[in-house]
Ligand binder design. Structure first.
Ligand SMILES: Nc1nc2c(ncn2[C@@H]2O[C@H](COP(=O)(O)OP(=O)(O)OP(=O)(O)O)[C@@H](O)[C@H]2O)c(=O)[nH]1
Ligand SMILES: Nc1nc2c(ncn2[C@@H]2O[C@H](COP(=O)(O)OP(=O)(O)OP(=O)(O)O)[C@@H](O)[C@H]2O)c(=O)[nH]1
Ligand SMILES: [Mg+2]
Ligand SMILES: [Mg+2]
Lengths: 292, 287
């Protein structure tokens, strides 16, 4: 564990008065390695290490904690603070429907998470409507329809020849007419470097004015997380993140990278393939997972 | 990139390390590579960046299953498909990596080489998974053997083998459901699928390809390890390399398990599959 590794480095410190810069640097080398192994992006690791360093240097060595435990405590506290903090509830519209736009890279789990979030809200008394705007991927519309069917939630679609913008407009109109108080829009997977697709998304967002734009991120995402997150944040603007596939053994360091780079809170996590496998995000659990 | 540091100094070493780390090569593999490189620099008394970079390319090329002398100029199709038998390709991997799309791409490639391909829709779990493969089958003009959603994937595979034999296909590609390697029951299901293939066709599956998402970080090493233990991987397909991720995880995987990267995916269309070649891969890595 990280604590044991740091203990190994700082064992010689027992009985000394304060943590010196040299002591902290030794310990932080282990922290850097652990965070990189957990897939936190390098730039974020460097910045994070500096933040911890400022807190740890000059710290009085507590009687109840070993120097290693003290450093880990600072690392943990810093991590939890960084990933927690802001309001992680959903922003609701003043007059319904609340519009939620699900965006992200191919295969991240957008369609599955759209179904999950809709069920989550239905269980809390909302009347959701789903909109199928992925006109590119084979059977994508069918996939959302199957989910809607399983959950007893209506799905609005206009087939693969309509434009995503027209599908959004039609879905909004239907939501208003049928009294759906939340509209969840599933979008096609897209790369942050595919200009046309990013523009398509920008246009949809500008017209639909969603209360939430949720970036769906796979927990196993590596160093590229900073590029993905910063581009979606800069080009589209995101209000929150859904991290998926946390039922696996990926450490999920991308959670820290995405948070650091966009400032957007992780609102939900996907912990399985079934529609019930969605939970609110807990920063302290994520910190433990990342630190290993 | 190395124009900034003409000479070999600590700044250059740090820059090299940063490139490897941010490319998802991982700390362990990076450390090994940098140590090897430091030895060579001492041995050959290298003082400038250019020859150092050349040594780096040689080391990485060797890790990626070629050594300097053996890298062919043009990529050579690495697929274990032979005439005179029913060849079986098993596509495996965790959720959402690109298995179904890669199946379609491989089908297109094999068809254009004159093979008769049949597909098995062995993802009987995920919503519209069968529909997705059926669309590809129609577009590609190949039969897709399938049953109802919820049926036993091993039964679909058994059906597909019989259909392939009856219809005299010479390639059967089995598309399986995404499964996290940490899920014991799902890995057991994969073992069962494999058993059907090995029982029904000698030496099958002739190819077991792990499809990896190029944006994946160090978890890819766990994926490779577990899938290799359960299904004896013969190759990797690195999909979604058209993004900004460098796919350096294949370096870490090659170093640890020597599983060759056979193909890379560069987009969502059936033409967007290329045979892996270390040269362009490494030039992209060092941007
Ligand atoms: N184990 C697990 N699998 C998940 C989770 N979320 C999604 N998946 C699976 O990941 C795969 C991809 O999910 P999709 O919902 O199709 O992903 P997507 O982002 O809509 O994909 P595109 O539309 O092609 O961009 C499917 O096999 C899902 O079942 C999760 O939290 N855990
Ligand atoms: N840009 C890009 N997208 C890709 C590539 N390969 C697959 N995709 C996309 O990734 C998404 C997931 O692809 P699938 O083929 O459904 O992935 P899968 O592994 O079969 O997913 P599951 O069966 O749900 O586990 C789709 O949107 C594909 O179009 C690639 O090489 N480049
Ligand atoms: Mg989708
Ligand atoms: Mg699939």
């Amino acid at each position: 564990s990280l604590t044991e590794r740091i203990q190994g480095v700082l064992n010689k410190l027992r009985g000394r008065g304060k943590l010196t810069e040299a002591d902290v640097n030794d310990a932080l080398r282990e922290v850097r390695r652990a965070l990189l192994e957990a897939d936190v992006s390098l730039a974020v690791v460097k910045e994070f290490i500096n933040q911890v360093k400022t807190r740890a240097i000059g710290e009085e060595l507590w009687k109840s904690l070993t120097p290693g435990q003290l450093v880990v405590k600072h690392v943990r506290d810093c991590l939890v603070e960084l990933m927690g903090g802001t309001q992680a509830d959903l922003e609701l519209a003043d007059s319904p429907p609340t519009v939620i736009l699900m965006v992200g890279l191919h295969g991240a789990g957008k369609t599955t998470s759209t179904g999950k979030l809709a069920l989550f809200m239905k269980n809390r008394g909302f009347k959701p409507l789903l909109a199928a705007t992925d006109i590119y991927r084979p059977a994508a519309i069918k996939q959302l329809e199957v989910l809607g069917n399983q959950l007893g939630i209506p799905v609005y679609q206009l087939g693969e020849n309509a434009s995503p913008l027209n599908i959004c407009r039609g879905a909004y109109k239907q939501a208003k007419e049928n009294g759906n108080d939340v509209l969840l829009i599933d979008t096609a997977g897209r790369l942050h470097v595919e200009k046309e697709l990013m523009d398509e998304l920008k246009i949809a967002k500008e017209e639909m004015k969603p209360q939430e734009v949720l970036l769906v991120v796979d927990a196993m995402t590596g160093q590229d997380a900073v590029n993905i997150a910063s581009q979606f944040s800069e080009q589209i603007g995101i209000t929150g993140v859904v991290m998926t596939k946390l039922d696996g053994d990926a450490r999920g360091g991308a959670a820290l990278s995405v948070r650091q780079v966009t400032g957007a809170p992780i609102k939900y996590i996907g912990i399985g393939e079934k529609s019930s496998a969605l939970e609110p995000f807990h920063p302290d659990r994520m910190a433990s997972r990342i630190l290993g | 990139l190395f124009k900034m540091h003409g000479k070999v100094d600590e700044a250059l070493w740090e820059e090299l390390e940063d490139i490897l780390i941010t490319s998802d090569v991982g700390t362990a593999a990076t450390e090994k590579i940098i140590d090897q490189l430091r030895e060579i620099v001492k041995e050959k008394k290298l003082t400038t960046a250019e020859p150092l970079l050349e040594e780096m390319r040689t080391i990485l090329g060797a890790v990626l299953n070629y050594d300097g002398a053996d890298v062919p100029e043009e990529p050579v199709d690495p697929l274990n498909v032979e005439p005179g038998r029913l060849n079986v390709i098993l596509m495996v991997g965790v959720n959402g990596t690109g298995k179904t799309t890669s199946t379609a791409k491989l089908t297109h490639r094999l068809k254009s080489k004159g093979h008769k391909v049949i597909l098995a829709a062995a993802d009987t779990f995920r919503a519209a998974a069968i529909d997705q493969l059926l669309v590809w089958g129609t577009r590609l003009g190949v039969d897709v053997i399938h049953q109802n959603e919820g049926s036993d994937p091993a039964a679909v595979v058994f059906d597909a083998v019989n259909a392939a034999k009856a219809r005299k296909a010479d390639v059967l590609i089995v598309d399986t459901a995404g499964r996290l390697h940490s899920k014991v029951n799902l890995m057991e299901e994969l073992r069962k699928i494999r058993r059907v293939l090995t029982r029904e066709i000698p030496d099958a599956p002739h190819e077991t390809l792990l499809v990896l998402d190029a944006t994946t970080g160090q978890n890819a090493v766990n994926q490779a390890r577990t899938f290799n233990e359960v299904a004896n991987l013969t190759g990797l397909v690195l999909a979604k390399l058209d993004g900004t991720a460098k796919g350096g995880i294949v370096v870490a995987i090659s170093q640890e398990f020597q599983i060759p990267v056979k193909y890379i995916g560069l987009g969502e269309k059936i033409e967007d599959l290329q045979v892996f070649h270390p040269k362009p891969f490494l030039s992209a890595l060092f941007g």
